[in-house]
Design a protein around this ligand. Structure first.
Ligand code: WAQ
Ligand code: MG
Length: 639
């Protein structure tokens, strides 16, 4: 009988995808080669484009025959418990002073081979520490290719690991082996020894972690290093009675929450974990926070209307007349005179033929963009657009073309590239994190020139820019874009979003915008409040003027105290940079009675963390002066 060693190594574009070895009788060579090639061609890491197969004859007399180690399983609830079991087994082997090796296993640099650790000298003795010692020339005596054509990766892992461990544990001088797989989806590893056999341990890592490693624990007083390495690398071993992989049900089901816990831990480490501050009063210039009155320098209620008596009363009156909830979607039973009245008011405010309401600004952008655009369309989007615009564009399945921030030249170049397609150019009117203003005249002109729809998001523009707070068209005194989207939740002190446009586009959105169609319509309180807020804005034009005055004054005071800040709108970003520092400064301000949030990744780019001051029409000069001075102080304290 002739035996052949077959080694397969497969790569794809120079990256290793699969490797395996067999020792088979001559008659089984082609079957084995076929199976190994199939494995390389259907690997989870990709289809191999280079497969190296090596065949060598083995003298039958050279072959060592070993019985597979007995297999048992110890599945724990947590990774730490699994490693505790591993340590216990080491102690039972008399290796209690070497439990530190478990830590080495968990942190060892990635290698192709294993660490060879000598307890006689307490050192690593593998000749090449970057590569490790590689065990080779081994296989199970019974071919796995015979029965099933496509062994699953679970079965491969188990079978190959048991064969390897059986050879390793039978190697002169070796006392035990520790192993974690480097397959990110395979969280089962083992400890193997003569005393315990092959003990499967799971989980040894979280799913998704590609760290793996092996440690062979040896004692050079029992066999010298050369003998050990020679055995591992050269002696040919056939392992008999390898069982089929124990059923999956033997293992505890994975904890489906574990990946989320791990992500949260990671966010905490990077100072990116978010918590909510709890306000104990209505939102106005001052709010109750942790039993203290703090100056609110962060609210989107720019005109301080969320707390305006007329607005609150109108909300209450609407509830008393129309009820607490609307009872249905607009297209079923949830449409009232109040909804229609507000839509008319909004259309008027934005000088458009018609308007349609959505429950939030986020849902408005989602519904408008995904309603108007489809997979054959192009959405041209400013790189700093709000997340709701990005999400709407994604949901539409359109091609998304991102242009440089407020860069009309870049936009035009991109429009040129996609001429003749159905398209939408969309931008924040006032950018939510930088507070700067869109170049609307050119934006609208480009849309016209290239025959695509134009849309602006006036969430932070309504009530803020334009002489009477109508928004960016009033501010720029230019032609309007096709669609003006806005919210009721900021200057208007209520809740909800809307689109204003031609009757045709609004009719279309009522038929196609899914966030509109499949939501219960807004509740009477929100509608009543928004209607009253628009009225207050019109009746008290000083509010808008005061807000604009406050912006100028505050920026000027910041500059006076040496803090760089500039904004034409109620949003005034003060750049900090590092996430931790921004948090420290915000904490300092809060300790001194002023609420200004730190804005971090992913809301803004990494390393551009900032304070985001938002002003109200009702802030007094004294309050603005105090805040500007305090911000300068906070920077000095945290320099
Ligand atoms: N010789 C020495 N070390 C090796 C070898 C080898 N032939 N192959 C891999 N290693 C080392 C290397 O450092 C890897 O990073 C590490 O082992 C893990 O290799 O009962 O799949 O191939 O279900 O990811 C355990 C199965 C599977 C447990 C182990 O190891 C079970 C596995 P991997
Ligand atoms: Mg492997």
């Amino acid at each position: 009988m002739s035996i052949y060693s077959i080694k397969m190594r497969a790569s794809k574009g120079n990256k290793h995808v699969s490797g395996a070895e067999r020792m088979v009788e001559q008659k089984d060579i082609s079957k084995s080669i076929g199976a190994l090639a199939e494995r390389a061609l259907h690997h989870g890491l990709g289809q191999a484009d280079f497969i190296n197969l090596k065949l060598e004859a083995v003298e039958p007399a050279e072959l060592q025959h070993l019985e597979a180690l007995p297999v048992s399983s110890e599945f724990a609830d947590t990774i730490e418990e699994s490693f505790a079991i591993m340590e216990t087994k080491l102690k039972e082997l008399g290796l209690e002073s070497f439990t530190g090796l478990v830590e080495l296993l968990r942190t060892v640099k990635p290698m192709r081979g294993a660490v060879l650790y000598d307890i006689a000298t307490n050192t690593r003795i593998e000749p090449d520490q970057a590569r490790g010692v590689r065990v080779t020339y081994m296989d199970a005596a019974e071919s796995p290719e015979g029965n099933s054509s496509q062994a699953t990766s679970n079965k491969n892992h188990f079978r190959e690991a048991l064969v390897l461990a059986t050879k390793v544990v039978n190697c002169p001088g070796i006392l035990a082996e520790l192993c974690i797989s480097d397959d990110p989806l395979y969280v089962t590893g083992y400890i193997a020894s003569q005393k315990h056999g092959y003990v499967r341990l799971s989980p040894l890592k979280p799913v998704g972690d590609n760290h793996g490693g092996r440690i062979f624990i040896c004692d050079t007083r029992l066999a010298d290093k050369d003998t050990i390495i020679n055995y591992l690398e050269k002696v040919k071993v056939l392992v008999h009675s390898v069982p089929t992989a124990p059923a999956i049900k033997e293992s505890k089901p994975a904890d489906p929450v574990a990946p989320y816990t791990a992500t949260l831990e990671e966010l905490k480490e990077k100072a990116l974990y978010r918590t909510m501050k709890r306000m104990d009063s209505e939102q106005s210039r001052y709010v109750d926070y942790k039993g203290q009155q703090v100056l609110m320098m962060a609210s989107n209620s720019y005109l301080d209307l969320a707390a305006h008596p007329k607005v609150k009363e109108a909300a209450a009156a609407a509830v008393l007349q129309w009820g607490a909830g609307s009872g249905g979607s607009r297209l079923t039973t949830g449409n009232t005179a109040l909804h229609e009245e507000l839509e008319q008011k909004l259309a008027q405010l934005k000088d458009k033929e018609a308007a349609v309401l959505f429950n939030t600004g986020y849902m408005a952008n989602l519904g408008i963009i995904s309603g108007l655009m489809d997979k054959d369309s192009i959405v041209f989007s400013d790189e700093l657009n709000h997340a709701s615009i990005i999400d709407g564009a994604r949901l539409s399945k359109a091609t998304i073309v991102v242009y440089k921030h407020n860069d009309m030249q870049d936009l035009e170049e991109k429009l040129k590239q996609y001429q003749g397609k159905k398209g939408l150019v969309v931008s924040d009117a006032v950018f939510s994190m930088d507070g700067d203003i869109l170049n609307l005249p050119e934006f609208v002109a480009l849309g016209k020139k290239y025959g695509v729809l134009t849309m602006i998001d006036e969430a932070h523009a309504t009530g803020v820019v334009g002489k009477t707070g109508k928004g960016l068209v009033e501010h720029c005194q230019c032609e309007a874009p096709d669609i003006i989207m806005g919210t009721l939740s900021k200057s208007l002190g209520s809740e909800g979003g809307f689109a204003c446009a031609s009757q045709t586009l609004i009719d279309y959105l009522r038929n196609k915008a899914r966030s509109f169609i499949f939501s219960t319509s807004q509740s009477p309180a929100s509608l009543g409040a928004a209607l009253a807020a628009i009225k207050v804005m019109e009746q008290e034009p000083d509010r808008v003027a005061d807000l604009q005055k406050n912006v100028k004054f505050f920026c000027q005071r910041l500059k006076y105290y040496g803090v760089e800040a500039e904004s034409p709108t109620a949003i005034i970003p003060v750049l900090v940079g590092e996430e931790e520092k921004a948090l420290a400064i915000a904490d300092y301000l809060l300790e001194h009675g002023v609420l200004v949030p730190a804005i971090r990744y992913p809301t803004v780019a990494k390393g551009t963390a900032r304070l985001r001051v938002a002003l109200m029409a009702t802030h007094t000069e004294e309050e603005l002066e105090r805040t500007a001075k305090l911000i300068a102080e906070a920077f000095a304290e945290n320099a």
